[in-house]
Design a protein around this ligand. Structure first.
Ligand code: AVI
Length: 881
C-alpha cells in the first residue's frame, strides 16, 4: 500500500504518476461525505436512479419472486433502497433482505431504520467484503437477486468488473438468479463535469479525505511494529498542499479524479515499516511529489447503449431487461445466470493448474493418447452448436451494437466495402456452402447470394486491380431484410448441426468441409470487421466501456533471444487433409480440416537462427520514430509513412516535425495513450513495410514463416515439458536441444508431437478469442514458475498476428480447393512483385479477436499485402545465429 509509482513515458523516464487505491476514499468520514454528495443538485446519479425506481418499481419487483433473497452490495442510499423495499413489502411475501458492507456503523444504522418500517421483510446485515460474504449466501437454494446500484460498477476498471461479475455468477448464483446493476450513461460532458465538481466543494473534501485516511492506516501499521514517536505519515500541512482535479474523457466515457500537488511535497515513510515498504515498493526512499504532479484516485465510467449487452457477453450472464429514467441519464440493467453459459469464443485449451501451461496430466497424456484423440477432444471437426452461437453473438455485438445502426453505410477503409455489405456477406457465404453441402436451393432472396458472395481486397498501389468479386446492388437492401435473411440462414445451419450430431458425425468429408468453411469464414470476418471499426472516428464507435485499459505498469517488458539450431526436413502444413483423397468418403473421426493453403504438408530446411521472446511494443516503436525524426537513422520511408494507422493523435499531443508527443491506440474501448497507459507495452500494430523499417534500424530482420512456426511450436512444447521436468539444464543452448533432452527423459517423440495441428501448448490465458477487448501487456521475463529448466519467458500467440518475411506462396503440390478455388490462389503473387508494397506476405499466430480454432491451429496461414496497415499484426526481430 502507498503512493505507488506506476507510469513512465517511453523514452522519458522522469515523468511519473502515482496512485492511491480507490477504496481508501471510504472511511466513516468518506461515507458521510459521499452521502452528502448524493443529495447535491449536480450529482444527478442518485436522483436518476430513484426516478427509475419510482417509474418502473412495479416491473422491477415483478422480476423478484416471493420467498427469495435480495442482497445489496454496499448498504447503499436509504432513499432508493426504501423505494424498492416499500414495493417488495406490499407486493411480495417471504423476502429476506441482506446488506453487505465493510463498515459496521452505517450498516447497523440503516438496517435498524429499515427493519422498523417494513414488517413483511426479514433483514440481515453482513459485515465484511463481498468476497467474504457472498459465498456464505451461496448455500441457500432460494432464488437470489443481487443489487449493485449507484453506478458503483463504474469505479471498477472494466476487465475487473466483468471478472467480478463472472466470479459472483460462478460462486454465488444458481441458474436464473439475477443481478440488478445501476450504470451511469454517457451524456453531455458538461453535465458529468458538474456532477464531479460541485459548487459547494463537497466532492473536493470527499476526494481529499483519502489522504488522512491513508495516513491513519499507515500510522496504525507503524504503531504495531514499534512505538515510533511520529504521529503522521501525511500530516495536515502536507494535505493542504494538494487540490482535487478531475477530467472527463468523452471518447472512453470516463471521469478520472486526481489530487494535484500545488507545491513540491516530500512524504517520509515511518522508520518502523521501512523494511516492509522496501519489499513492497522496491525502495523506502522519501516520496517526492513535484508541484503539478497528480496522484490518481478513482475512475467513474459512463456507459454507452451497448454496454449492458457487452457486459453480459464478457461476464457470461444474460441481459434480461434495462430501464432508464425520463432524461435517459442512468440505466438499471437486470442480468440473469443462464442455464448454460454461452462462450463468447470458447477458450478451448483446458485450464492448467500452473499459471501458464497445460497441466502435467495433459503432458503425461501425450505419451498414451493418439494425436487425433487429443485434437478431437479439444476441437471436434465441426464446431458444436454452442460454439456457433457464441460466434454469432460476437458478430452481432460487433455489427449491431458497437457499430451504431446509422453508421452501417460507413466505409472507414476505402479498400473495403461499407459495413452493410458484411452483414449480408456472412449469411450469403454460409448459405452458398450449406446449399452445396445439402444439395438444396439457396435461401430466399436468392439474389443476396449473388450480391454478397465475395468482398473486395484491391491492390494497394493500383486499386483498380482486384480479384473477381460480387457486383454490389445499386442500393443496399434494408438492414432488417438482411437480418431476417441472416436468421433464416442461421436456422438452416442449426438444423444441419442437429442432424449431424444426432447421426454422430456420419457425413461425407465434402459435406462437413462446406459447413466448417462457413464457420471459419465468419470467424475470420469478425477480425476484418473489428479492424474496420477501429478506423472509425473513436466518438462514432458505440464503445462498450465496460472494458478499460489500466495505467502503464512499472516493469517494462524484458526481452531476450531464443536460439534455435534449425535443421533439415522440418515439416510445415497439415498431414492428411488432401481434399481430393477424402471427397465423398465419410469424414474420419477426429479429422482436422484446414484451408487449401495449409496442404499438402511440406518439408523445409532451416538454418540456425535466434528470435526475440516478445514482439516490439508501442513504446519501442515510438522511440524508433523519434530516432527517424532526429535523423539518427536514415530511413527510406518518411515518418508519415512509418506512423502506425493503429494510432491516433491524442488531443494533448503537440506536433514535432510530423510526430506528436502522444498517441492513443485505437481500440473499441477508447484510445489509451502509448505514454501513460498500459498500451505503452502492448505489441505495436503496423504494416510489414513499417516492421521491416524498424528491423533495419536495429540491424535485424523479420523471421521467415518457417522460422516463426518452428520457433513458436518448439518453444511451447519445450516449455510444457520443462514444467513437468525434474532436471535442470543450461540456459544458452538451442531450444531444440533442450526439447530433445526433456522429451527423451519423458519418453515422448518430439518430432511427431510438433506436427500435431493443435498441439501448440500455448498458455491457456493467451489473449485470443476476445479474452480482452484490446491487446494485453506481454509477460515480462521474470519468473519461470515451476520450471527449473532455464528457458526465458516468451509469448508467440495472441494480442496480434505476426508478420513474417515470407511472401504468401503455395506449399509444393498445392491444389486450389474445388469448393472455393480463389480463396488462396487469387493472392499468390509472382516473385517479381515481392518488393512491392502490394505483394502479399504471410502472417502467423493470432490476435486478441482471433477465434481459438484458428489461433491454436499451428498450420493456419493468414496473409495481407505488406503495405496494408490495418490488420492487427505486429512483429518481432530475428537474426542468423
Ligand atoms: C460511489 N461512486 C459510484 C461515486 C461515483 O460517481 O463514481 C463516487 C464519487 N466520486 C466522486 N463523486 C462521487
Amino acid at each position: 500500500m502507498g503512493l505507488t509509482t506506476f507510469k513512465s513515458l517511453p523514452g522519458n523516464d522522469t515523468v511519473v504518476t502515482r496512485a492511491l487505491p480507490t477504496v481508501l476514499l471510504y472511511d466513516e468520514v468518506g461515507l458521510d461525505l459521499f452521502d452528502r454528495i448524493t443529495y447535491l443538485p449536480e450529482y444527478y446519479l442518485t436522483n436518476s436512479e430513484i426516478d427509475i425506481f419510482k417509474l418502473h418499481g412495479q416491473e422491477i419487483v415483478a422480476e423478484i419472486p416471493n420467498d427469495s433473497d435480495v442482497i445489496e452490495l454496499g448498504c447503499g442510499s436509504l432513499r432508493k433502497t426504501e423505494l424498492l423495499l416499500d414495493a417488495l413489502n406490499k407486493h411480495r411475501t417471504g423476502i429476506t433482505y441482506y446488506a453487505i458492507d465493510v463498515m459496521p456503523r452505517p450498516l447497523r444504522e440503516s438496517m435498524s431504520k429499515l427493519a422498523a418500517r417494513f414488517s413483511n421483510i426479514s433483514f440481515c446485515a453482513m459485515c465484511g467484503t463481498y468476497e467474504e460474504s457472498l459465498p456464505r449466501l451461496s448455500k441457500s437454494t432460494r432464488p437470489k437477486t443481487i443489487l449493485w446500484l449507484g453506478s458503483s460498477i463504474g469505479n471498477y476498471h472494466s476487465t475487473e468488473a466483468a471478472q467480478f461479475l463472472a466470479k459472483i455468477s460462478k460462486t454465488s448464483l444458481n441458474v436464473n438468479d439475477a443481478i440488478l446493476i445501476g450504470m451511469d450513461k454517457q451524456k453531455q460532458p458538461s453535465i458529468i463535469m458538474d456532477a464531479y465538481h460541485d459548487s459547494q466543494g463537497i466532492t473536493d473534501k470527499f476526494e481529499l479525505n483519502i489522504l488522512p485516511h491513508t495516513n491513519r492506516i499507515v500510522m496504525e501499521y507503524a504503531a504495531q511494529q514499534s512505538d515510533e514517536a511520529r504521529n503522521s505519515f501525511i500530516d495536515q500541512e502536507t494535505i493542504e498542499k494538494f487540490k482535487y482535479v478531475g477530467f472527463y474523457d468523452e471518447a472512453i466515457g470516463r471521469h478520472d479524479s486526481y489530487l494535484e500537488a500545488c507545491e513540491d511535497v516530500v512524504i517520509r515513510w515511518p522508520r518502523s515499516i521501512a523494511a516492509q515498504v522496501k519489499e513492497i515498493c522496491g525502495s523506502d526512499d522519501d516520496i517526492v511529489i513535484k508541484r503539478g504532479e497528480r496522484v490518481y484516485i478513482e475512475s467513474s465510467y459512463k456507459y454507452s447503449d451497448s454496454a449492458a449487452d457487452v457486459l453480459a457477453l464478457v461476464s457470461g450472464l444474460t441481459l434480461s431487461r434495462t430501464w432508464t429514467d425520463p432524461r435517459e441519464y442512468h440505466m438499471l440493467s437486470l442480468f440473469r445466470k443462464p442455464q448454460t453459459t454461452m462462450p463468447l469464443m470458447p477458450q478451448t485449451v483446458p485450464i492448467s493448474f500452473d499459471k501458464w501451461y497445460i497441466p502435467m496430466q495433459r503432458t503425461r497424456a501425450l505419451r498414451t493418447l493418439s494425436s487425433s484423440a487429443v485434437s478431437a477432444e479439444q476441437f471436434p471437426t465441426i464446431p458444436s452448436i454452442n460454439e456457433w452461437k457464441g460466434m454469432w453473438k460476437t458478430w452481432d455485438t460487433l455489427t449491431l451494437q458497437i457499430i451504431p445502426r446509422n453508421k452501417l453505410l460507413n466505409r472507414p477503409i476505402d479498400l473495403r466495402h461499407p459495413f452493410i455489405f458484411y452483414l449480408g456477406h456472412i449469411p450469403a457465404f454460409a448459405d452458398i456452402h450449406m446449399s452445396a453441402a445439402e444439395s438444396t436451393p439457396l435461401t430466399e432472396p436468392a439474389a443476396f447470394a449473388e450480391w454478397f458472395e465475395r468482398g473486395i481486397d484491391p491492390n494497394l498501389e493500383d486499386p483498380s486491380i482486384c480479384h473477381s468479386h460480387s457486383e454490389i446492388p445499386d442500393e443496399w437492401p434494408a438492414v432488417d431484410e438482411i437480418l431476417a435473411y441472416r436468421d433464416r440462414v442461421r436456422s438452416r445451419v442449426v438444423s444441419w448441426l442437429e442432424s449431424y450430431f444426432a447421426a454422430n458425425g456420419r457425413v461425407s468429408a465434402d459435406e462437413a468441409r462446406h459447413v466448417w468453411m462457413a464457420f471459419e469464414h465468419e470467424a475470420m470476418h469478425i477480425e476484418t470487421l473489428l479492424y474496420m471499426v477501429l478506423q472509425m472516428e473513436p466518438t462514432e464507435i458505440c464503445s462498450p466501456a465496460v472494458v478499460s485499459v489500466p495505467p502503464a505498469p512499472l516493469a517494462k517488458p524484458v526481452r531476450s533471444w531464443l536460439r534455435y539450431a534449425g535443421g533439415e526436413g522440418i515439416q510445415l502444413g497439415l498431414l492428411d487433409d488432401d481434399e481430393s483423397s477424402l471427397g465423398a468418403s465419410p469424414l474420419p473421426a477426429g479429422h482436422v480440416l484446414g484451408w487449401d493453403n495449409e496442404s499438402p504438408a511440406m518439408s523445409v530446411d532451416i538454418k540456425p537462427f535466434k528470435i526475440q521472446t516478445q514482439p516490439i511494443t508501442n513504446g519501442e516503436y515510438y522511440a524508433f520514430l523519434q530516432s527517424v525524426i532526429n535523423k539518427d537513422f536514415e530511413s527510406d520511408r518518411s515518418v508519415g509513412d512509418l506512423l502506425p494507422r493503429s494510432w491516433i493523435v491524442l488531443e494533448s499531443g503537440q506536433n514535432l516535425q510530423g510526430l506528436a508527443n502522444d498517441y492513443g491506440v485505437r481500440t473499441v474501448v477508447g484510445t489509451p495513450s502509448i505514454v501513460s497507459t498500459e498500451a505503452s507495452v502492448w505489441p505495436v500494430v503496423v504494416s510489414q513495410v513499417q516492421a521491416e523499417a524498424y528491423a533495419k534500424w536495429q540491424g535485424k530482420r523479420l523471421p521467415t514463416e518457417a522460422e516463426w512456426t518452428h520457433a513458436a511450436r518448439t518453444y511451447h512444447l519445450t516449455r510444457a515439458l520443462a514444467n513437468d521436468s525434474q532436471s535442470s539444464s543450461a540456459a544458452d543452448k538451442p531450444v531444440e536441444g533442450l526439447l530433445k533432452e526433456l522429451a527423451t527423459a519423458q519418453n515422448i517423440n518430439p518430432t511427431k508431437q510438433l506436427c500435431q495441428p493443435y498441439d501448440l501448448f500455448i498458455p491457456h490465458d493467451a489473449n485470443i478469442g476476445l479474452s480482452h477487448w484490446h491487446p494485453a501487456p506481454i509477460p515480462t521475463n521474470q519468473s519461470t514458475g515451476s520450471c527449473i529448466v532455464s528457458l526465458p519467458e516468451a509469448a508467440f500467440i495472441g494480442n496480434a498476428w505476426e508478420w513474417t518475411s515470407t511472401p504468401f506462396h503455395p506449399f509444393d503440390g498445392f491444389e486450389p480447393s474445388h469448393m472455393y478455388p480463389g480463396y488462396s490462389a487469387d493472392f499468390f503473387d509472382s516473385p517479381e512483385m515481392y518488393k512491392s508494397d502490394s505483394c502479399h506476405y504471410t502472417i502467423k499466430g493470432g490476435s486478441y479477436i482471433t477465434h481459438p480454432r484458428m489461433a491454436l491451429r499451428q498450420t493456419f496461414r493468414n496473409w495481407y499485402q505488406r503495405g496494408y496497415p490495418y490488420m492487427l499484426a505486429t512483429f518481432r526481430l530475428c537474426a542468423d545465429d
